[in-house]
Design a protein around this ligand. Sequence first.
Ligand code: PHE
Ligand code: ZN
Length: 881
Amino acid sequence: MRTDTGHVFKLEDYRPSDYLIPRTSLDFRLSPDATRVTAVLTIERREDVAASAPLVLDGDGLTLLGVAVDGQALAPAEYQATPDQLTIPKPPAAQRFELRLETEIAPSSNEALMGLYRSNNVYCTQCEAEGFRRITYFLDRPDILSVYTVRIEAPHNEAPLLLSNGNPVESGALADGRHYAVWHDPFPKPSYLFALVAGALGKVAGSFTTLSGREVELGIYVEPGKEGLAGYAMDALKRSMKWDEQAFGREYDLDVFNIVAVSDFNMGAMENKGLNIFNDKYVLADEETATDADFANIEAIIAHEYFHNWTGNRITCRDWFQLCLKEGLTVYRDHEFSADQRSRAVKRIAEVRTLRAHQFPEDQGPLAHPVRPRRYREINNFYTATVYEKGSEVVRMIRTILGPQTFRAGMDLYFERHDGEAATIEDFLKVFEDVSGRDLAQFALWYHQAGTPNLTVSSSYNAAAKTFTLEIEQSVPPTPSESRKRLMHIPLAFGLVGAGGKPVAWTAVDGAAVEDGVIHVRKRRHTVRFSGVSERPSVSLNRGFSAPVTLSVQQKADDQFFLASDDSDSFSRWQAFNTLLTDALIAAFRQVLGGKEPASAARLAELAGRIAGDETLEPAYRALALSLPGEADIARDIGKGIDPDAIFAAREALARTIAAANREVFWALYDSLADKGPFTPDAASAGRRALRNILLDYLSLLPEGTALAAAHFRAATNMTDRAAALTVLAHRHAGSPQAEEALATFEARYRGDALVLDKWFQIQAGVPGAQTVDKVRTLMQHPAFSIANPNRVRSLIGAFSSANQTGFHRADGQGYRFFAETVLEVEKRNPQVAARLATAMRSWRSLEPIRQDKARQALLQIANAENLSADLRDIVERTLA
Ligand code: PHE
Ligand code: ZN
């Protein structure tokens, strides 16, 4: 484990390395406890660097067995080696020389899952961001692009399959039952994209013919016996390859494309060139084991990693500050892909819900950072919702500002201009300035300035003058180390909505640039006046969520109700209803705190019933509209003095009101949506299941609800329905015999399937109430649980701490205490996973004072532990600051 050095890396300190490594040849002799790695590196001094410049290579926990330059072993006085660095103070004077390094590593004891490790007896690697230095000494930074040749040798019976990046070159048998394979990747790449996999795996094969007629062999490798679960992933891969050709003109560039699913993985998946490595959770699926959400995630992540081949691999990042250059852009691309494959309107609502649930709290709390950070202590902690999701929103805004054609021209120029390079955000913005002739300097603040901008908007109509006026004011709240903010360029899509949802015409506008339904907010205040407006409109703002901002709109409830039923923009229509729900929930929260019964929300409940039954709306859309803002969403919108128990009570009360008011409609719909015919994972079928399952959630609150949920569970023929019913039973009817029986049935049925049991852990970790912390402790002793496996840890501990508001934030602090202990326990093996878990505390300052104090104590308990890893120390200290 790397302990904290306290060093802060700064963007302004970037300078190119003195040396380059144009060629890298690696030879692995695999063995679980002592793998030998021989690296032969062609080292080249840059033209403008003095011959006396020392060569300093990165390492991390390495054991050096030998080092030679141009075939001559170096004497001990000629180099300095520590586990974390190799220095050759006086390298040869020649501009190019060959460095040969021999290291020994122990994959089987690598529990941090960075570098070369073992998962289920399979050797695999994870090198992003700085894992390659755990394999050999190297210039382990993304601007060092090298052409790799990799030879792997292992006993055939232990590792019949030997994979690396690029194309296969050669393979053969050796003495003593050993064998080898050689791979060559012609595309220069940074070390973080290196990968190796070796072991016994089953294969699902496929093929794809690119637009220009290149035949690509596709392989998805899974644990033997699980081949039947990789069909959906293979199909998603082919659709991704086709889509990238059509939408962005991007073709695949090697003879083979391989994906390997492993069961121990810190993140979702990894885009290593030609050899993507996946968390098996995002590959394996069938109707029996995966929910519709799992299918959608698999499709999106397969696409995401594949799209990285151009946005990340062919064009990579100059340094890790530029992480959003590949991640924000690739998320944007996978969002567009899913929107095209499924329903665009539904996809957008789901994206915005995710952004608000994960990125907004990050941007509004102690861990806030710009999409392109200027400093970091541990880069692993910057794979965040801000870099990924807000980074994607920024790309989306560029498209909104430029229009689709110019945006595409900019992307084409980006690929043409920077192919084969390690680029920066400035390079990215420049292509769009060049194709559009626009100045994006103010827009660029979206990359440089942290915090969620707020727009305050009020409107007025002058019937006599036929003018409609919007007063818009922007502000960006202060964030850590950025107290003063500059004014942003915010593209605010809008509509003036009249009777029947029809657009209200206007003849002229002044006060801001208005183009194609977008107001360009650039100043602190704009008075935007529309003239020639013959009726009083309702205004629909931030249509399609054109900018990732919060809105404070002074608008009458009547207008909100009107937009919620009549806005022609489906996103804004959803938004209007969601705002009404949020307002009602916040009001109810205050009533509960004041010891009152929440006021009735009859009008809202009636509208919920109308939306549920509106056949002109897609079922998936209706399901999203009916799912109430989560407890954490409500807490975020309240902002401070949070008492999660009061939020829970308020939310329960509204759910009951809606259920009771719509009993007949909901029942009839629930019955009519019952599955007929065989299961298909497509978006339309998934939408019907989603609607039926949210109706179940409401109906389960009425008398006979427990029996209904139990019947739903028994009748389920797929995991979506089964998991939904189990959640309703466990969360709404905790402790009932029906809930206990369903949990036991589920456990017995899926005992041998770790990924499915994760759902069982997760559902139980989410049971509301004070008792759950003890249940989670008990479940940690379950034979299927393992603190070394990131998926298990996230399903049980992660779900409890980040998704169970009443359980985790128990007023007596027991949830926090358990959390502190467990984070430290996880950290002993896997600092990266521990640090990510610890971010669950990021909103602690918004709690009411008693909980706040208990939360601080738990954070201090972590901070005061000895030998804290760089990962965990960084998160905890920033959270406490
Ligand atoms: N680069 C990966 C992705 O977003 C994420 C990742 C980061 C995986 C670091 C592993 C380690 O696609
Ligand atoms: Zn990515």
